[in-house]
Design a protein around this ligand. Structure first.
Ligand code: TRP
Length: 320
């Protein structure tokens, strides 16, 4: 069993990223061979700042290590550093229809946002398919927003295999048991996101304790005055209960006031994030180490990636 989890390079990693993707990856280390991939190539599909991109890529790698990803078991890579991703991307473009790419919801949304549309934004899901197929992975943990892209990866793999001969493993999308869906604290019907309108909605993984306390104390609740798990009528309270459960790993007890619930949530989030902050600070003193981990990850995954590309080249009719 082989898994690949993808991360966008972003400077604003938050509690939702940790509980929804990073921690499940850490837990899966016990049972699956995993690759943690930072999609720095994908970050260039929209207007971007080169120094900021470099910083974010290293920042996510640092955070993965701080969150407990063990580089001895999980290869941490950036997709730009393993050239087979880009090479296979082109081969897969040759089995993708223009209309298929143009129909993707994310493309339609992002291209409608105004400003020039990079061609790479259109081919973004083809590159994502390449990220997955090049490593022969069976499982890809994805959230709802990426399920259409994963479906395209499966379609391209199946199509290529049917047309040119068995080449790729057809991957499966999975939703890990332990993945928690953390909502925005200011707007609890939306997912906690790096692009939330206000910082009041998210807890940054490096937020100091006093900021965490303030953010949680201001979290939106309601006027019902009872603590119940009810996503429809009490989304804010329910989100707090779910954060508590996800942080402590055990079901939340009964609460008679929002204040008491918020105090326990604050304590639980703090207990979860304090060691991550500490480890992150240690790693930040040694950026050379993080670069080395990425180089090691690349060395580790490359032989299999090369073998896949070789297979695909031969199947599609290229010289070796
Ligand atoms: N598109 C994914 C996202 O926005 C990131 C990503 C890129 C990815 N390549 C991937 C995720 C491969 C899983 C597998 O989150």
């Amino acid at each position: 069993m082989k898994r690949l989890t993808g991360f966008q390079p972003t400077g604003n990693l938050h509690l939702g990223n940790l509980l929804g993707a990073m921690r499940p990856l850490v837990e899966a280390q016990e049972t699956a061979e995993s690759i943690a991939m930072i999609a720095d190539l994908h970050a260039m599909t929209m207007e971007h700042d080169p120094p900021a991109l470099r910083r974010s890529t290293l920042g996510v790698a640092t955070m993965l290590l701080a969150a407990g990803v063990d580089p001895a078991r999980t290869a941490i890579i950036a997709n730009s550093q393993v050239p087979e991703h880009a090479e296979l991307h082109y081969l897969l473009e040759c089995v993708t229809a223009y209309g298929e790419a143009a129909r993707m919801i994310q493309f339609k949304e992002k291209s409608a946002a105004g400003g020039p549309v990079r061609l790479s934004l259109l081919t973004y899901p083809v590159l994502m398919a390449s990220d997955i197929l090049v490593h022969d992975v069976n499982q890809v943990p994805v959230g709802e927003d990426q399920s259409q892209h994963l479906e395209l990866a499966r379609t391209l793999a199946t199509r290529f295999n049917a047309r040119y001969g068995e080449t790729f493993t057809v991957p499966e999308g999975v939703r890990p048991e332990s993945a928690a869906r953390i909502m925005d604290l200011a707007e609890p019907t939306a997912k906690m996101s790096k692009s939330s309108v206000s910082a009041a909605g998210r807890i940054g993984l490096l937020d100091p304790p006093e900021v965490i306390r303030k953010t949680i104390s201001r979290a939106v609740t309601d006027t019902l005055g009872v603590v119940r798990h009810d996503r429809v009528n009490q989304p804010g309270v329910t989100n707090l209960l779910e954060i508590l459960t996800a942080c402590t790993g055990s079901p939340a007890g009964a609460y008679s006031s929002y204040g008491a619930l918020k105090r326990d949530v604050t304590e639980a989030v703090d207990a979860l994030l304090a060691p991550v902050r500490k480890r992150h600070a240690e790693l930040s003193d040694d950026p050379g180490y993080v670069r080395e981990i990425l180089a090691e990850g690349k060395t580790r995954v490359r032989p299999a990636a090369l073998a896949t590309v070789r297979r695909a080249r031969a199947a599609i009719g290229l010289l070796d």
